[in-house]
Design a protein around this ligand. Structure first.
Ligand code: C2E
Ligand code: CA
Ligand code: CA
Length: 625
C-alpha cells in the first residue's frame, strides 16, 4: 500500500514543510535557471502529492489559450522536452474559475462543472486524467498561468493539506519567475555598467579589467603585453552639422567594421568619445602587434568616405616592459598618448609609444597652454616681410608672419606654429592674424606707380577644414575695409595634398570672394605638377630649400627652371623665397624668377618699421653679372 495513504495528517504536513524548505533552497540557488526551477518544482510536487503528472501552463492574454511551459511525468520520471509541449484552446470557463479561487480541484474531471471547459475534455481523455488540483500562478496580482497536478487512471479525493500544498506550488512558480526577472534585470544593469551604449562595446571600466587580467597572465619571453588605441579622426564639420550622420553614427560604423575585420583577434572596447582600445586575444611579438596595428589603420581607411564623411584613424601602440607591467591604467593612457601623437602628424598614422615621445608631448601641451595665455594677453604680433621685383627693386607684396613677444624676446613662427597647428588653437590664432594684417595693410602706401601692395597671409590645414573659413575671411576684409583683390592667401603644397578636405571646393569659394591664392613651399610636397591645373591659383612660391642651393646645385637649378617654365606657360606668377645673397637673386633671374623675398631685401618687420621702409622710394638691388 502507498505510504501516503497510511500517513497521519500531521505527518503529511511535516513532509510537505520539508519539501517546501528544500525547494526554496534549490530555486534561490545562484546557478538555478528558470527551466531548472520549473523542473524542480514539478518533480517535487509530483513526489509530495504522489500524482502522475505535473504541468506548468501559461495563460494567453485573452484567457483563451494555455501553452505548456513544463511537463513532468512521474511514472517514467521524465521531463517532457520543450518541442513536445502542448497548447490548448479554451472556451473561458476554466480560466474564469482560476481567477477566483486559490485552487481548482476536481475529483472527477468528467463530471465536475469547474473542469467542464470544452478545450480540456480531449486533453483529459488523451492522458487518461481523472482528478486534478490546479493552482493559479499570479504575478504582481495578475493571473499568469497555472500549475496542474494530475491523477491518471483513477479518481481521487483531495485532502485539505494537499490542496494547501498544491496552492503553494503556484506561489513557487511565481517566485521562480520573479527571481528570473530580477536576474535578467541585474544582468542588464551589469551590461549597462560595463558597456558603451552607442556601440554596445565594452567600456573603459570593462577594458581596464580585461587588461588587468591579461597583465597577470604568464607570457613567453618573446611576447609583449600591449594595448592598441585607435583614435578616430573626422572633419570638424561632421561633428557640427545638424543633418546628415552624426559623429556618434560614424563611431558606431567604425565599431562594426572593427568587429568584423579584427574582432576575432582582439577584444575591442570604446574607451573615449573618439577612441577604441584593442587588446590582442593572445600574447604576440612586437612585430606581430605592429602589423596588427597597421591593419587597424587600413581597416578604418578602407571605410572612407563613409556616407560622405571622411573617417581616418590615428593608431597608438604601447608595449609593456617587465618593470611597469602591473599598471593597466597607465598602459591604456600611454596607448592613447601615442595615438594622440600620431594624430598630430595627420591622418592614418601609426605611432608606438616611447618615453621620448611622451616627454615631447608634455612639452607641446605646456607650449600650447602658454600660447592660449599669450593670445589672451596680447603677446602676439604680426610682422611683414617685403617681396620685391629684382628687375626694378619695386615692392609688390608683403607676407604677414606671426611673432610672439615672449619674456622680452621675439620668437619666430617656426618655433611654435606647428604646435598650434596640432590643436584647434591655430583657428583662433589664424583668425587673429587675418584680422590684424587686414587692418595694418589698409595703412600701407601704394608704390611709386600708385599700385597698392598685396598682403600675403598664411593659412594652415586646419583653417582650411574650418567650415566658417570663407565667412571669416570675408568678415576680416570687410571690417578692415581692405579690397579683396589686395589679399593673397598662402596655402602650403602639403596642405593641398592632404586627404579628407575638399580643397578644390574651398579654394573656389575663396576665389569667389575676389582674393588671390598662392601655393607655398612649392616643391616640398609629393608634387605632381599636373594637379596645378585643377587648383585656381595665382602664385607659386618656390621653397627656400631650392633657392638655398643656387647657383651651385644643378638639381635645384633644374627644378626651379622647370617650375618657372611651367608657371609662365599657364600664367601663374612665381616667387623665390629665402633669397639671402645676390648670387641667389641672380641665378633666380636667369631662370626667369624675378619676384623675390628674403633677408637680402628685408627681414619681417613690425608694422611701424615696415611703414617706414615702404615710405622711402625703392632702391633696385643690382643684379650681378
Ligand atoms: P613660410 O610661409 O615659408 O614663411 C617664410 C619663413 O621663412 C618665415 O619664417 C621667414 O621668417 C623665413 N625667411 C624669410 N626670409 C628668409 C631668408 O632669407 N632666409 C631664411 N633662412 N629664412 C627666411 P617664420 O616666420 O618662422 O615662419 C615659418 C613658417 O610658419 C612660415 O613659413 C609659415 O608656414 C608659418 N607661419 C608664419 N606665420 C603664420 C601665420 O600667421 N599663420 C600660419 N598659418 N602660418 C604661419
Ligand atoms: Ca608663406
Ligand atoms: Ca614658404
Amino acid at each position: 500500500m502507498n505510504a501516503r495513504l497510511s500517513e497521519t495528517a500531521g505527518q503529511r504536513s511535516e513532509r510537505y514543510t520539508r519539501a517546501l524548505t528544500a525547494l526554496t533552497r534549490a530555486i534561490w540557488h545562484d546557478d538555478c535557471t528558470l527551466e531548472a526551477a520549473l523542473g524542480k518544482i514539478c518533480e517535487s510536487a509530483a513526489k509530495a502529492l504522489d500524482v502522475s503528472r505535473v504541468n506548468v501552463w501559461r495563460l494567453d492574454a485573452d484567457d483563451r489559450k494555455l501553452a505548456c511551459l513544463h511537463s513532468y511525468e512521474a511514472d517514467s520520471e521524465q521531463h517532457v522536452p520543450a518541442e513536445s509541449l502542448e497548447t490548448l484552446e479554451l472556451d473561458g470557463t476554466y480560466s474564469a474559475s482560476l481567477e477566483q479561487v486559490r485552487v481548482v480541484d476536481s475529483t472527477d474531471v468528467k463530471t465536475d462543472p469547474v473542469t467542464s471547459d470544452r478545450g480540456l475534455a480531449s486533453y483529459f481523455r488523451r492522458h487518461a486524467i481523472r482528478s486534478v488540483v490546479d493552482a493559479p500562478v499570479r504575478i504582481e496580482g495578475r493571473l499568469f498561468g497555472v500549475i496542474c497536478h494530475e491523477q491518471t487512471r483513477f479518481a481521487r479525493e483531495w485532502a485539505a493539506e494537499e490542496l494547501t500544498f498544491a496552492a503553494s506550488m503556484g506561489d513557487f512558480i511565481a517566485m521562480a519567475m520573479e527571481i528570473q526577472r530580477r536576474r535578467e534585470a541585474e544582468h542588464q544593469l551589469e551590461h549597462l555598467r560595463l558597456h558603451d551604449s552607442g556601440t554596445d562595446l565594452p567600456n573603459r571600466q570593462y577594458f581596464l579589467e580585461m587588461v588587468q587580467m591579461r597583465l597577470r597572465a604568464p607570457r613567453a619571453a618573446e611576447h609583449v603585453a600591449t594595448v592598441v588605441h585607435v583614435r578616430i579622426e573626422m572633419p570638424y564639420a561632421t561633428t557640427q552639422s545638424s543633418d546628415g550622420p552624426t559623429a556618434e553614427d560614424a563611431m558606431a560604423a567604425v565599431a562594426d567594421i572593427l568587429r568584423q575585420r579584427v574582432g576575432a583577434e582582439c577584444s575591442i572596447a570604446r574607451v573615449r568619445s573618439n577612441g577604441f582600445a584593442l587588446l590582442p586575444q593572445r600574447h604576440s611579438t612586437e612585430h606581430e602587434i605592429t602589423e596588427f596595428a597597421r591593419r587597424c589603420v587600413e581597416v578604418v581607411r578602407s571605410m572612407s568616405p563613409w556616407r560622405e564623411v571622411e573617417v581616418g584613424a590615428a593608431v597608438g601602440v604601447v608595449f609593456v616592459s617587465e618593470s611597469d607591467a602591473s599598471d593597466a591604467r597607465g598602459l591604456m593612457r600611454r596607448a592613447e598618448q601615442a595615438a594622440d601623437h600620431a594624430a598630430l602628424r595627420g591622418r592614418d598614422q601609426l605611432e608606438v609609444f616611447d618615453l621620448e615621445h611622451h616627454r615631447g608631448l608634455v612639452e607641446r601641451l605646456h607650449l600650447e597652454q602658454a600660447m592660449r595665455d599669450a593670445l589672451a594677453n596680447d603677446e602676439f604680433e604680426v610682422h611683414y616681410q617685403l617681396e620685391v621685383c629684382s628687375l626694378d627693386g619695386r615692392w609688390g607684396a608683403a607676407e604677414a608672419l606671426l611673432r610672439w613677444r615672449r619674456d622680452g624676446r621675439v620668437c619666430a613662427a617656426s618655433e611654435f606654429i606647428t604646435v598650434a597647428e596640432g590643436s584647434s588653437l591655430i583657428l583662433a590664432l589664424g583668425r587673429w592674424v587675418l584680422a590684424r594684417a587686414c587692418r595694418d595693410a589698409v595703412l600701407w602706401p601704394p608704390d611709386v606707380n600708385g599700385d597698392p601692395l598685396t598682403l600675403r597671409v598664411n593659412l594652415s590645414a586646419r583653417q582650411l577644414e574650418d567650415p566658417s573659413l570663407v565667412a571669416k575671411v570675408a568678415e576680416s576684409l570687410e571690417r578692415a575695409g581692405l579690397p579683396p583683390s589686395r589679399l593673397c592667401l598662402e596655402i602650403t603644397e602639403t596642405t593641398l595634398m592632404r586627404e579628407g578636405i575638399d580643397v578644390i571646393k574651398v579654394l573656389h569659394e575663396l576665389k569667389a570672394l575676389g582674393v588671390m591664392l598662392a601655393i607655398d613651399d612649392f616643391g616640398t610636397g609629393y608634387s605632381s605638377l599636373s594637379y596645378l591645373k585643377s587648383f585656381p591659383v595665382d602664385v607659386l612660391k618656390i621653397d627656400r630649400s631650392f633657392v638655398a642651393g643656387l647657383p651651385g646645385d644643378r638639381m635645384d637649378a633644374a627644378i626651379v627652371a622647370a617650375v618657372a617654365t611651367l608657371a609662365h606657360a599657364i600664367g601663374i606668377e612665381v616667387v623665390g623665397e629665402g633669397v639671402e645673397n645676390l648670387a641667389q637673386q641672380d641665378a633666380l633671374a636667369k631662370l626667369g624668377v624675378y619676384r623675390v623675398q628674403g633677408w637680402l631685401y628685408a627681414k619681417a618687420l613690425p608694422q611701424d618699421e615696415f611703414l617706414a621702409l615702404v615710405a622711402k622710394p625703392p632702391v633696385a638691388v643690382p643684379v650681378e653679372g
